[in-house]
Structure formats: C-alpha cells, structure tokens
Design a protein around this ligand. Structure first.
Ligand code: MN
Length: 284
C-alpha cells in the first residue's frame, strides 16, 4: 500500500515525522508537505503560479517540500507518485473540532485525497502534546487500523491528551468558536485578531464532546454539503421551475452545454490584441 503523508504545519513539524513512522507499519510512505506552515489555509489551491518541490528527508523517509498549500501537496504528490492508496494528514499540533473543519489545512489535505478518489484521513493532536508524540503512537496505529477496516473515504480524527478509547462521532456545529478581538498598533490604530476561543458544553456524540470526555474522535465526513432535508422542504414549500426544467432539459447535458459552463468557471484566456504587448481578455 502506498501512503502519502502530508500536513499543514509544514514538512519540518515533529508531528509529520511521528505520523510517517506509524504509517510505515502499514505500507510504503512518501512525505509531501508544504515548505512552510500553512495552518488555517483551508482548501485553497495555488492557481495563479506554478508549483515546484525540493527533495528532503523526514526522519528516514523520502520527502518533498512543496511551495504550495496542503491541497496542492496532495494533488502534486499523487500525480508524481502515480498510484496512491491512502493519504494521511497530520499529525497536526492542535485539534480540529467542530467548525474548524472549514478552516483546517490538515483536513483539506485529506479532503483533497477524497476528491481525487483516494482515501483521506486527517489526524490532530493537542497543541500542548509533547513533540515526541510517543504516547500517541499506539493510538495512531489503532485509529489508522480502524479506518482501514472500514469502507470510509474521509475521516477526521482527533486525539485528546490522555485517550481512554475511540468513538465514532459527528461534527459539533451548534457553536462557533471564531471571534474578532480588537487590539491597537503602536500608533494607536485599531487592528483585529480573528481568533478562536475554547468552547464547552458540546452535545453528546459530537467530536468536541468526545474530546472533552477523553475519547479519540473519528468523524466520517462526506464531500456533498447539500442540506438534504432543507432541499426536500424547499422543493415542496417553494417550487421553482423544476417541472419546466424536467420537460425542457435532458437529464444529461450535451457536450456543448458542459463545455460552455466549464469555460464560465475559468478566467478567460488572455490574448494579445493591441500589438503593443498589452494583454486583453479574450473576446469570446
Ligand atoms: Mn496546523
């Protein structure tokens, strides 16, 4: 089994070395990770410039540091290695619970794997954990084994300080822990921190609740964010043009229609029309 190991703390984080060591018990490991810390970079990709990598070492493993985001690293790593069976992202130095799934670069690397049709697992430890991560290694092993024994494609795993065992959980979204904290610069001008504050009182069965109780949390995630019950209710309560669309539009779009939308998704290609080197948007 080929296991690509990535993270968002940067390739020289002690967490990625600890994860690579445990991963090596399950297959052949290659480390492909950002050259600098990219925490909270979410699922951004580098679309405005090309990517490059440099070979390096992480412990005894071949490693590649990429001048890109966690998602870039997984896409590039999977491309260069050919077949990849599993992507492990972490071990992040800081938990990724609840709404932080929207901000986390650790989870984005795992999500990128799932989007490529691979298996992705994000693994996060307390920010306070000792950097040798020795007490976590047996638990890392058990968590990876658990996911591999399941058919799940995308799992977010968090480890408490002193684990008691493992639980399947759902995302805790009842509370949001991001808030703006104003401060002043040396000239007395206002500045703002977008920060997170610790929350308590999470609901039973959620990732945050599991961590509060000392359990390792395994949250299966899906890529489809559609609110299914909201959609069904909206179609019933406020029917739009669904009936007309059913009559007028075939279930599968024509290649021309699909091509047209793909063109609308990307910026128009640039062409030189001026003769003086000034570049203008393509008129089509
Ligand atoms: Mn991080």
């Amino acid at each position: 089994m080929r296991i690509l190991v990535s993270n968002d703390d940067g390739i020289y984080s002690p967490g990625i070395a600890a994860l690579a060591e445990v991963a090596a018990e399950f297959g052949t490991v290659r480390v492909v990770a950002p050259d600098v810390e990219r925490s909270s970079s979410s699922h951004s990709i580098t679309a405005s410039r090309p990517l490059s990598y440099r070979a390096t070492r992480v412990g005894s493993f071949s490693a590649y540091r990429v001048d890109g985001t966690p998602a870039d690293c997984v896409a590039l790593g999977a491309h260069l290695w050919g077949q990849v069976d599993l992507v492990l992202s972490g071990l992040n130095m800081g938990l990724n619970l609840g709404s932080s799934i929207w901000h986390s670069g650790t989870l984005a690397a795992a999500k990128q794997a799932a989007m490529l049709g691979l298996r992705g697992v994000a693994l996060s430890a307390p920010a306070t954990a000792d950097v040798d991560f020795a007490p976590y290694k047996p638990w890392l092993r058990e968590a990876i084994q658990t996911v591999l024994a399941s058919p799940l494609r995308l799992v977010n795993i968090n480890f408490p300080r002193e684990p008691r065992g493992l639980l399947w959980t759902r995302v805790s979204v009842r509370q949001y822990d991001g808030k703006i904290v104003p401060t002043l610069d040396p000239m007395g001008r206002e500045l703002y921190w977008f920060t997170v504050t610790p929350l308590q009182g999470a609901e039973e069965g959620t990732d945050r609740w599991a961590l509060e109780q000392g359990w390792i949390s395994l949250t299966p995630l899906g890529l489809d964010l559609t609110d299914e019950s909201g959609l069904a209710a909206a179609r019933q309560r406020q029917p739009l043009d669904e009936l007309r669309a059913h009559t007028l539009s075939p279930p599968r779009s024509s290649p021309e229609a699909a091509k047209s939308v793909r063109e609308d998704e990307a910026a128009a290609p640039l062409e030189d029309h001026s003769g003086d080197g000034t570049r203008q948007p393509h008129p089509a």
